[in-house]
Every structure is written in C-alpha cells, then in structure tokens.
Design a protein around this ligand. Structure first.
Ligand code: PLP
Length: 406
C-alpha cells in the first residue's frame, strides 16, 4: 500500500512554508525535490568519500570510483537495459541528445536527410536537430498531435521517407502529459531501418520503463526530475548504435592512449565520458533510483494516476479554465490558461502567494505553443509526494485568480 504521508516525510523541503503558507510543490515537471537519503548521500560523498574517479590508486579514489561506477548498473536496472555497458553517464537529457546529434547523427547525415520530430518536443529535443538543419541542410519533419494532444503512431510512421535517418520523440510530453507509444514507433520505424531516439526526461519519472521492451536506439534521462541531484543523468544507447557513434567531447578518461600523432579511445560507454564527471551528482542519482525502485515505479504511477483522476475531475469543474491536452492516458501534468486577459505569469504569482508553486511560460516547447495557439500556460505537474488535498489548495487558489482577473 502506497503511503503518501510516509513518502512526504522523506522530503524535508515539503514541510516548509512559502509566503506564510504550507508549500504545495507542483513544479515537478521542471525539477523534483530530493528525499533525505539523497541529501545525506551527497553530504557523505563530499564529507567522507570524495576524490576524483578512475584515476588514483589511493583509497578514496577507489571508493569514489566504486560508488560512481555502481550507478551505471543501477541505471541499467532502472531502465531495463540488458547491460550497464549501454549506459553513458552525463549531466542530463540535454547533454545526452546533443551527444547523439554530434556523435551519431552528424557524421552519418547529409543535406536533404530527414529527422522526424513530434510537435510536442522539448527544446532539448529540437535545438540539437536545428543545429544539423543550419549546418548541414538536414530537414526537420514535424508531426502534429490531435485535438486531445495524442500523437498518432501511424502518422509518425507515415512521415518516414527514404530520406528519414532518425525519429526523435518524447516518451511523455512535459506540457500536455501525453504519453507516446514509443514501442510501436520503434517497431514500425525499425521495419524501415530508421533508428529512434526517445526523450525519457518525463517518461522515466512517471511510469516504469523498459528500454529492451521499447526497443529504442537511444533513451535519455535526467537525474534532477528523478528526485536526484541536478546535473546528473544518462543516456541508454543500443550497442549497435554505440558502435557507430563517434566521441562528442574529447579529454581525459575517454582515451586509451594519446601520442603526438595518434590516439586510441576507451571502449564504450567510457569513450563518451570525457573529463571529470559529476561524481557526487551521479552518486546521488544512484541513491534516488534506489529510492524509486524501493517504492516501485508501478506504485508511483498508480498514485499519480489517482492524483490525475482527482485533478481532472476538479479542474473540469472550472468552466473558465482551459486545460491543454486531454489524452485519456495523460500523466498528472496539467497546463492551462484562464479565460480573460490574465497572463500565465500573473496566475502563477497569485498561486505563489498561496504557497502553490507552478511553472508559467512556454515550458521550452515553443513549437507546441504555436500549434496550440497560445504564448504561455501555467503548468501544475505532480510528483510522487503530492496529495489530493494539495489539489484542493490549487483549485481554491485558481478560484481566487478567476475572481481577481475575470
Ligand atoms: N525533455 C523534456 C521532455 C523535459 O521536460 C526536459 C526538462 O524540462 C528536458 C528534455 C531537458 O532536461 P534537462 O534540462 O535536465 O537536460
């Protein structure tokens, strides 16, 4: 039985007040709060276990290396990867997707080649591909979502042409909460020889993920949304794609030998991890994943589905609120505007006065905003520690906004 009050007690920040009101943290889509075990692990890593990794032969360096390297295996388990050798550690999804763009896509693509994107991608899964468009003449092919915010797999597969070199798609929209059937996209795309990159920044937070079952070529995650430290993360890369990929960043650690006129690289995944990494952040991420696996991602997902259903009923009752994205299977992520002139920033300011933290703006998804015909929305995004009574606080605060701005 999922005991949300027990879970909340693990997160010290949740007991603080904001503007004289109990904090209602509904900005998990941007970044999630950290459980005490993660905070303790980070403190311990700095106060008792810190040294650089992979280099020294002394006690602390060996200890830090052991702790750091153990996380690769935890991520492989969390994502259902067949081997930890498929996991490249990094600072998060943005770095992971850029690495694929520079290291895998750029050497393999030429002018006129096509990359398929859904309209609901985060800028982290758009801008690296724009680099290829600007620099190499690669074409970006966009697939819209329907009126509910769902992405039709057949439309994605129907956009494949002989020029398609990659499909890059989110597992779950950070704005609409829409999940995408990435397994079906991978199956259909692979029949036509097209690899698939999945942006798992949101997907891995809200549902159990198994990259082997999905069958994707790349799956990027970001630690700070997974209740771990910022600047931690990883990307799963299928062994066949890893063999094709060139290193993106050069420096220490990713080499085997360096001479005046020649160089040999480390084996993957370390071939793609140059320089001193986020040692402590990664160790913290490992503890966050232990925490999530301890709760069980199925239980987390069930709790969040409960929150979604409750929030959906409550928000549907506010007939002056426009919620974007009505997918039946959506995650507990609600982006909305209020009828009338109130800007999303004004709404979030009023909510903040009530202790309710939401995000306002374009959510790094401007093509989606254009598609929806809005410039900004407020977004309440729920996490594993949120409660129904917090949804009631949100609704009361929204009613106040309606009174103020109607
Ligand atoms: N993709 C999605 C869907 C996101 O929600 C985010 C973060 O908001 C990112 C990518 C970028 O993640 P990061 O900034 O941690 O690299």
């Amino acid at each position: 039985m999922y005991d949300v009050e027990k879970v909340r007690a693990d997160f010290p920040i949740l007991s603080r007040e904001v503007n004289g009101k109990p904090l209602v943290y509904l900005d998990n889509g941007a970044s999630a709060q950290k459980p005490q075990v993660v905070i303790d692990a980070v403190n311990r890593a700095y106060s008792e276990e810190y040294a650089n990794v992979h280099r020294g032969l002394h006690f602390l360096s060996n200890l830090a290396t052991e702790k750091y390297e153990a996380v690769r295996g935890k991520i492989a388990t969390f994502l259902g990867a067949a081997s930890e050798d498929a996991i490249i550690l990094n600072s998060g999804t943005t770095e992971g997707i850029n690495m694929v763009a520079y290291g895998w896509a750029m050497p393999r693509m030429e002018a006129g080649d096509e990359i398929i994107l859904s309209i609901m991608e985060h800028h982290a899964n758009i801008v690296p591909w724009h680099f290829l468009r600007e620099r190499m003449g690669v074409k970006l092919v966009w697939v819209d979502v329907d009126a509910n915010g769902d992405l039709d797999v057949e439309k994605v597969l129907g956009a494949i042409t002989p020029k398609t070199k990659l499909i890059a798609v989110t597992h779950l929209s950070n704005v609409l909460g829409t999940p995408v059937d990435v397994a079906a996209i991978c199956a259909g795309a692979h029949e036509k020889g097209v690899p698939v990159l999945v942006d798992g920044s949101q997907g891995a937070v809200h549902m159990p993920v198994n990259v082997t079952e999905i069958g994707c070529d790349f799956y990027a995650i970001t630690g700070h949304k997974l209740y771990g430290p910022s600047a931690s993360g990883a990307i799963y890369v299928h062994p066949d794609r890893m063999a094709e990929m060139r290193p993106f960043l050069g420096g220490g650690d990713m080499i085997r030998d360096v001479h005046r006129d020649e160089i040999t690289y480390n084996d993957g995944p370390m071939k793609f991890e140059a320089g001193t990494p986020g040692i402590v952040q990664t160790i913290g991420l490992g503890v966050a994943l232990d925490y999530l696996m301890g709760l069980g991602m199925g239980n987390v997902a069930a709790h969040e589905r409960d929150l979604r259903d409750y929030a959906r009923t409550k928000l549907d009752g506010l007939n002056w609120l426009n919620v974007q994205g009505q997918s039946a299977d959506k995650a507990a992520i609600f982006s909305f505007t209020l009828e009338g002139a109130a800007h999303a920033h004004d709404i979030s300011t009023v909510l903040d006065k009530r202790g309710v933290a939401v995000r306002a703006g374009h959510h790094c998804a401007q093509p989606l905003m254009e598609h929806l015909g809005v410039t900004a929305t407020c977004r309440a995004s729920f996490g594993l520690y949120n409660t129904k009574s917090e949804i009631d606080v949100l609704v009361d605060a929204l009613e106040l906004c309606h009174e103020l701005f109607a």
